[in-house]
Write a protein that binds this ligand. Sequence first.
Ligand SMILES: Nc1ncnc2c1ncn2[C@@H]1O[C@H](COP(=O)(O)OP(=O)(O)OP(=O)(O)O)[C@@H](O)[C@H]1O
Ligand SMILES: O=P(O)(O)OC[C@H]1O[C@H](OP(=O)(O)OP(=O)(O)O)[C@H](O)[C@@H]1O
Length: 231
Amino acid sequence: MSLKLGVPSKGRLMDKTVEWFARHGIALGRSGSDREYAGYVNGIDGVELVLLSAGEIPRELAAGRIHLGVTGTDLIREKLAQWEQQVEELIPLGFGQADLVIAVPHAWVDVNTLDDLDAVAAAFRARHGFRLRIATKYHRLVRDFLREAGVADYQLVDSQGATEGTIKNETAEAIADITSSGDTLRANHLKILEDGLILKSQATLFRSRRAPMEHADRHALGALGTRLALD
Ligand SMILES: Nc1ncnc2c1ncn2[C@@H]1O[C@H](COP(=O)(O)OP(=O)(O)OP(=O)(O)O)[C@@H](O)[C@H]1O
Ligand SMILES: O=P(O)(O)OC[C@H]1O[C@H](OP(=O)(O)OP(=O)(O)O)[C@H](O)[C@@H]1O
């Protein structure tokens, strides 16, 4: 057995994850061709690389199939109920920053806050006979946030990509999605509600609380912790 480290093998977090480990003297790499999902870890003993997508890493940590994993805090909080019981946040990595926000069309000049959204939602239902639709892939986080805020008269519609386009396509009236530069929101004539920030996310190294550890794994984790200055 060895300590299993899950890192994104594609997508926007991959290159920066490899660079971050390299800055700490640990080389992560693919064993074969670009398409082969097998990897190596050089610079520290007893650690095995597991190549996954950022979106799969929360599940693998929770199942205890990997001991450590790099993914976004948004994905951990969205995909794992009571995430603190399943994983420990070890170190924020300083990249992959993105904000999960609620946004509405610019043209809604009277809607700037969650209270405004709540009022519009009630009026929308009375007028159209169905609830105002919010498109998102972050179902858990959006539901929890809106419950806390006292907004109830809405429905979530699932959108796994191009979420900002749902408004133009008339499949939703509002969205909850990740924004980074803000370009996509601007291009789609959307504005963030003043109190519509749900979560600030960044790439983070997590430890599974569920993965079984042998003596050698504890030793490898200790060595890695020293190298990464985790304490
Ligand atoms: N501009 C951005 N848009 C979307 N996600 C971003 C952005 N910037 C940083 N992130 C973060 O990157 C992570 C998602 O990365 P990515 O989309 O590459 O992974 P994935 O969900 O595995 O991808 P895929 O859907 O292609 O499998 C999330 O934690 C997200 O918060
Ligand atoms: O604020 P910005 O810098 O414009 O970035 C935000 C956009 O990037 C992401 O989409 P992604 O590129 O992952 O495509 P997707 O629509 O398929 O999720 C996210 O869902 C936003 O649409």
